[in-house]
Design a protein around this ligand. Structure first.
Ligand code: 5AD
Ligand code: SF4
Length: 450
């Protein structure tokens, strides 16, 4: 008998990858993925703990799900509720206590045991199960090979966890220590994804360029070498990787950007702050000048490279001068796009207990000023493509009938009039107009319409 599985995913792309893997794990047991929570036999919330209000969001979502479960029970049915991901890892015991109707709570390193946990929860006397262990054996050794077939673009986790311990960040505590998957497994997984229709693969890791996995030749491979191997897969047209750390941009990675056309000329390289003092307080272990030099080297290797970044404003002790240094760095580097956040203390991290908190009003002002600058840069970047041609990988139907939407090399959304048969193709599009978050254009070749 088929059962319905509904997964709601929060947060980063690695959670998206994990959700796909969880669905694949449950498919052989008769679970079909459903588009909504109503009538589901199993609901999984795959949660994120990176910034504020994450846990509150989960509890409010759980309130609604509880009502669905009760309604189903009144009709004589059952519904298992699971909380997975980083909030589960960090606050598992509290979830079980505050939400007694939750059946399963498990962390990012335990989800390969999902079928077993579901079986136990189904047949047991209804007790709650908690698994937030960090098993010595990587979960990847226990997951079945990827099924593929989930779309034109796919994610592939190559590295997980982090040993850098930036003072603001929960990741080392929720995802555990750094682990790199062997290259042989990754080549195999990438081939399966391409055979299933993927044309673009984004390599994922909390610290993806800290990758140091076992190579096909038995030596340790860094990310640049891995990219070289994956670039040779026939049918794979685009490679990306995220998220990188400035400290781990090495010569082989820069060479990969220079030598491999399938590696897209767009890089998300979080810097967090432009002040050396704040960077040191954050334990980032590089200076603003080192960041600029890294960018220069990357741009020398790949002159059309565009950049994205993450910024935190209002880190404890950040002065007006420190913040001004961030604005200066943004003006000097120039970003195609970026994410910026107010610092929020995360329980258990070193910065959470720092004394010299920045007042909320100053955080708000700084964030607004930084975002205004970043938005200007993004708008200017997008506008600079009006009248120029971009190769677009078309992924799915667009907003309007007869339209498709895809991505440029720089991850801009691009709309064009094209038949659905062109999904999965890379087509040159002349850009006619630019919105802050998307572009629209006309395919260069009339043949594209045939
Ligand atoms: N407060 C605000 N932003 C944070 N980030 C990570 N931890 C925090 C925090 N405690 C941001 C960083 C990181 C991105 C994923 O989230 O900019 O690069
Ligand atoms: Fe968090 Fe990234 Fe720093 Fe690791 S490198 S602690 S994931 S911000």
């Amino acid at each position: 008998m088929t059962k319905r599985l509904f997964i709601k995913t929060y947060g980063c792309q690695m959670n998206v990858y994990d959700s796909v893997r969880m669905a694949e794990l449950m498919a052989p047991l008769g679970y079909e993925t459903a588009g909504s929570a109503e009538g589901a036999d199993l609901i999984i919330l795959n949660t994120c703990h990176i910034r504020e209000k994450a846990a509150e969001k989960v509890f409010s979502e759980l309130g609604g799900i509880r009502r669905l479960k009760e309604a189903r029970q009144r009709q004589g049915g059952e519904m298992l509720i699971a909380v997975a991901g980083c909030v589960a890892q960090a606050e598992g015991a509290e979830i079980l206590e505050r939400a007694p109707f939750v059946d399963l709570v498990f962390g990012p390193q335990a989800y390969h045991r999902l079928p077993d946990m579901v079986a136990r929860a189904t047949h047991a006397s209804g007790g709650q199960l908690l698994d937030t262990s960090f098993p010595p054996e990587p979960k990847f050794d226990h997951l079945p090979p990827v099924a593929g077939g989930t779309g034109v673009t796919a994610f592939l986790t190559v590295q997980e966890g982090c040993d850098k311990f930036c003072t603001f960040c929960v990741v080392p505590y929720t995802r555990g220590s750094e682990y790199s998957r062997p290259a042989a497994d990754l080549v195999d997984e990438a081939r399966r994804l391409v055979a299933g229709g993927a044309r673009e693969i984004t390599l994922l890791g909390q610290n993806v360029n800290a990758y140091h996995g076992l190579g096909l030749d038995g030596a340790e491979w860094r990310l640049g070498r891995l990219l070289r191997e994956l670039a040779a897969i026939i049918g794979l047209r685009r490679l990306r990787y995220t998220t990188s750390h400035p400290r781990d941009v090495d010569a082989t990675l820069i060479a990969a950007h220079r030598d491999l056309p399938v590696v897209m000329p767009f890089l998300h390289l979080p810097v967090q702050s432009g002040s050396d003092r704040v960077l040191a307080l954050m334990n980032r272990r590089h200076t603003a000048e080192q960041y600029r030099r890294t960018i220069d080297q990357l741009r020398e290797a790949r002159p059309d490279l565009a950049l994205s970044s993450d910024f935190i404003v209002g880190y404890p002790g950040e002065s007006d001068a420190d913040f001004a240094a961030t604005l200066t760095l943004v003006r000097e580097v120039g970003f195609a796009q970026a994410f910026s956040f107010k610092y929020s203390p995360r329980p258990g991290t070193p910065a959470a207990t720092a004394a010299d908190a920045v007042p909320e009003t100053a955080k708000t002002e700084r964030l607004a000023e930084l975002q205004a600058l970043l938005h200007d840069q993004q708008r200017a970047f997008n506008r600079s493509y009006i009248g120029r041609t971009l190769p677009v990988l078309f992924e799915k139907p667009g907003r309007h009938e007869g339209q498709l939407v895809g991505r440029s090399p720089y991850l801009q959304s691009v709309h064009a009039e094209l038949p659905a048969t062109r999904i999965g193709d890379i087509i040159d599009v002349t850009i006619a107009n630019a919105q802050p978050n998307s572009l629209a254009g006309v395919p260069v070749s009339e043949e594209a319409l045939a």
